[in-house]
Design a protein around this ligand. Structure first.
Ligand SMILES: NC(=O)c1ccc[n+]([C@@H]2O[C@H](COP(=O)([O-])OP(=O)(O)OC[C@H]3O[C@@H](n4cnc5c(N)ncnc54)[C@H](O)[C@@H]3O)[C@@H](O)[C@H]2O)c1
Length: 262
């Protein structure tokens, strides 16, 4: 299957590092002009240097997706420089938590404002342009935490299940305009967000035991899915959440299939 994204224009929020950076690279490698919208200026500069080195098209903009004006500015700049917006990847996110009794209002707000309100604001900013084009793809990061939440993740899980519901509503509203809206739920992809490097071997094994494929996700796994969802071949997929977790809890004890006596 030939996924042809050449000449398309994408906005990737939180494209400065982690999964978002890999999604941005992958899209750029497919010939997409990628506008990275990133909170942290050093990451914006770092991405700009990579894009120059690779001679990729695109732009790198400092942006806080919690702010309406920033989201509007990013879309206006994408249209000014590249004439259209075909793909919005709502990747930016934060993951703070504590058990509810000790959860601070500030951490609650940060999760909801970034992970849910940010998806709303960026999507709202891009809708008029996509409607005018009569086409578009809005693809948002949910999380396995929206499927099975973990202890201490009330704020994060609530924000991500909100993304799922938002996705379905928006898909319904934008269906008549040829715009598809989907989200995806990664399991564990080792990044700075989930402090993978600080986990003990025992903690890692407990997590691996939940995975049907018994390996961590890679940012490229997510980037491959985003490329597919961005393509013409995915034009009949909308209003859904795709589980991209290596089959986490697909069965009750996936580890038992890996026992030597099987
Ligand atoms: N890594 C995983 O295992 C995993 C699992 C499930 C879901 N996810 C989701 O995937 C997405 C990316 O995760 P990651 O692990 O790459 O995280 P990360 O922390 O490595 O990267 C997140 C990026 O978003 C940026 N960002 C944060 N707040 C922002 C804001 N207000 N405006 C603009 N940019 C902002 C950060 O600066 C950073 O560059 C997140 O939405 C996350 O919830 C990740």
């Amino acid at each position: 299957m030939d996924i042809d994204l050449k000449g398309k224009v994408a906005i990737v929020t939180g494209g400065g590092r982690g999964i978002g950076r890999e999604i941005s690279r992958r899209l750029a490698g497919e010939g997409v002009s990628v506008v990275i919208a990133e909170l942290q200026q050093p990451l914006v500069d770092d991405a700009a240097a990579e894009w120059r080195g690779q001679n990729w098209g695109g732009a790198q903009l400092q942006c806080d997706i919690r702010q309406t004006a920033d989201c509007q500015r990013v879309v206006a700049e994408a249209v000014r420089q590249f004439g259209r917006v075909d793909i919005l990847v709502n990747n930016a996110g934060v993951a703070g938590g504590a058990q509810v009794e000790k959860l601070s209002e500030a951490v609650w707000d940060d999760n909801i404002d970034t992970n849910l309100k940010g998806v709303f604001l960026m999507s709202q900013a891009v809708i008029p342009q996509m409607k005018a084009q009569q086409s578009g793809r809005i693809i948002s990061a949910s999380s396995f935490a929206a499927i099975v939440p973990s202890i201490g993740s009330a704020a994060y899980s609530a924000s991500k299940i909100g993304v799922d519901s938002f996705t379905r509503v928006l898909a319904g509203e934008l269906g008549p305009y040829g715009i598809t809206v989907n989200c995806y739920a990664p399991g564990m992809v080792p990044t700075q967000m989930n402090h993978y490097a600080e986990r003990t071997d025992d903690q890692k094994k407990v997590l691996l035991d939940t995975l049907t494929l018994r390996r961590w996700g890679e940012a490229t796994d997510i980037a491959n899915l985003v490329c597919f969802l961005s393509s013409e071949q995915a034009s009949y997929i909308t209003g859904t959440r795709i589980d991209i977790s290596g089959g986490k809890f697909a069965t009750q004890q996936p580890w038992s299939a890996y026992r030597s006596e099987r």
